[in-house]
Design a protein around this ligand. Structure first.
Ligand code: OAD
Length: 265
């Protein structure tokens, strides 16, 4: 039996399947990953842009980065990898089995593809949260406010844009004028506790798939050994090996948009 056949046998026998995805699953849709060739963190500095200290220092620069990322994501569509995961979920639910998709991605592509039981570990780029009252609202505005209309990505090494508070988006509640931030999880911030609970429950499964993540950002990376320790078989789909490859029962090296339809369909 080759590895694809043995994987498919395990998939057919699994009652509970959990999948962890990262930026690689959306790469074939045209959304850049963070690390590796062409990765966002090569051009932009994470400490300057995706943490609470950066926000405290210069919220306009942080918004400029997210405004740019929104612009790069708005027209992107799910690829065959997203669709294969949604189809697997539909088949499993129809058969009375349990499927959970844990994603680190802040794009909407799993949902657009039809996935239902999705835990968005790092939030959504299409939501904003009031820094004063905490209200979370859907928001697809591009630019996020008119002040960001002519800005093309935040590169702190090139300039140091200063925005007035009036340039930043503000809360929609009439009695609150708090500044809105992207409803995403930044470095040093904890995951939402309900998401953490769902993830910790979901890693107790029969089969765990790790797709398109460099598996270096915690706590998500820790879900891989967590699943293994709880008795799950683990399969990795990635262009290249990761720090988790050694504990995987199967490794499928290549694009997720090609491997997922092949091994899940
Ligand atoms: P990374 O950019 O760190 O890793 C992307 C992974 O996808 C790499 O291991 C690539 O080899 C792989 N990859 C690229 N294209 C692929 C393809 N077509 N098919 C399969 N694999 C492919 O992205 P993440 O692991 O998602 O967090 O990064 C985790 C977190 O770090 C992100 O959620 C973000 C980032 O900093 C925050 O911003 C808090």
């Amino acid at each position: 039996m080759n590895s694809t056949e043995s994987f498919r046998k395990a998939l057919n026998q699994a009652h509970r399947v959990t999948v962890l995805t990262g930026a690689g699953v959306s790469a074939e849709s045209g959304i850049p990953t963070f690390r590796g060739p062409g990765g966002l963190w090569r051009k932009y500095s994470a400490p300057d842009l995706a943490n609470p200290a950066a926000w405290a220092r210069n919220p306009g620069l942080v918004w400029e980065f997210y405004n740019y990322r929104r612009r790069t994501m708005i027209d992107k569509q799910p690829n065959p990898g997203h669709k294969a995961l949604a189809e697997l979920e539909a088949r499993m639910i129809a058969a009375g089995r349990v499927f959970t998709l844990l994603t680190q991605n802040i794009d909407d592509l799993h949902l657009t593809a039809g996935s239902k039981n999705v835990v968005r570990l790092h939030g959504s780029i299409w939501q904003v949260r009031c820094t004063r009252c905490g209200l979370v609202t859907d928001n697809r505005d591009i630019p996020i406010t008119p002040a960001f209309a002519d800005r093309d990505g935040a590169d702190p090494s090139l300039d140091d844009p200063r925005y007035a508070t009036k340039d930043l988006p503000t809360c929609y509640q009439s009695n609150c004028s708090g500044v809105l931030r992207p409803n995403v999880v930044w470095f040093t911030e904890p995951l939402e506790w309900t998401n953490m609970e769902k993830a910790l429950s979901a890693i107790r499964c029969d089969l765990f798939l790790v797709v398109g993540t460099s598996a270096v950002v915690y706590p998500a990376a820790g879900f891989v050994p967590g699943a293994k320790d709880s008795g799950a078989k683990v399969a990795e789909i990635n262009l290249e090996p990761t720090p988790m490859s050694d504990i995987c029962d199967w490794q499928f090296h290549g694009p997720a948009g090609e491997w997922l339809p092949k091994i899940l369909g």
